[in-house]
Design a protein around this ligand. Structure first.
Ligand code: URA
Length: 233
């Protein structure tokens, strides 16, 4: 649930102060009933909000960022394991995860109600660069950096696209990959003898996890969604 005035602002109707007189004038309806109180709580995914009779938000694109904790699988449902959906407030439970993080991996995971955006962002041809922080055995060498840049071949013969390995010191690195194969970063690091003990996704394209606390979510602003959409491959 969210405030009606916030929803109207996010839908581009105007600023908070512009929206107030629009509401006062009785131009906004929720499921056909005139609502004048901007603080009224609404559920845009289930209710029909209209301005002067035109429905708003029917196509409102929602993208939510979660700072995923370890211990949750990326799936919409599972009979045995806790899923990332359990970490979303009820009004976001219809959203779908964009890509996936392993059960043990933490960090930035996006969800959306826009199927087209979802498919564009996970398309293997157009994947945006994703930056991971890893703690691992050993220390990455210049040879490891070069092998990542050339495109690694994993132990099972899978060939990876060129990727960036940035050693941060003994046992710590940043890894940037533009694809999302199963356990990709862990397998890439393992192929160079550096078993990963901790993995966190920190960035997708220009979108950073920032200081969002672990286990918390925030809804992206319209400009952030547009930027995410336009920077893909
Ligand atoms: N690579 C991995 O190995 N695990 C993830 O969760 C994401 C990328």
């Amino acid at each position: 649930m969210e405030r009606l005035d916030k929803f109207l602002c996010d839908s581009g109707v105007g600023t908070r102060s512009q929206v107030k007189p629009i509401l006062k004038a009785g131009r906004v309806t929720v499921d056909g009933t005139v609502i004048r109180d901007g603080s009224a709580k609404i559920d845009p995914q289930r209710q029909e909000i209209a301005l002067d009779g035109s429905i708003l938000g029917g196509k409102r694109r929602i993208v939510v960022m979660l700072n995923k904790p370890a211990g949750y699988i990326t799936a919409t449902e599972d009979p045995k394991e806790p899923t990332v959906m359990e970490l979303l407030p009820p009004q976001y439970r219809d959203l779908k995860p964009i890509g996936r993080l392993d059960k043990a991996t933490e960090g930035l995971l996006l969800f959306t109600n826009d199927g087209d955006l979802l498919h564009r962002l996970i398309s293997p041809k157009k994947e945006v660069p994703k930056i991971y922080y890893a703690r691992h055995e050993g220390a990455a060498t210049d040879a490891d950096v070069a092998a990542f840049a050339a495109g690694l071949t994993l132990r099972d013969g899978t060939v990876c696209l060129p990727a960036r390995l940035e050693p941060l010191g003994a046992g710590e690195s940043l890894i940037t990959v533009c694809e999302g194969k199963y356990h990709q970063v862990r397998r890439m690091m393992a192929s160079r003898g550096m078993t990963v003990s901790y993995l966190e996704r920190r960035q997708e394209g220009a979108l950073r996890l920032g200081d969002l606390p672990r286990g918390q979510i925030r809804e992206l602003m319209a400009e952030e969604i547009d930027a995410l959409d336009s920077q893909r491959g």
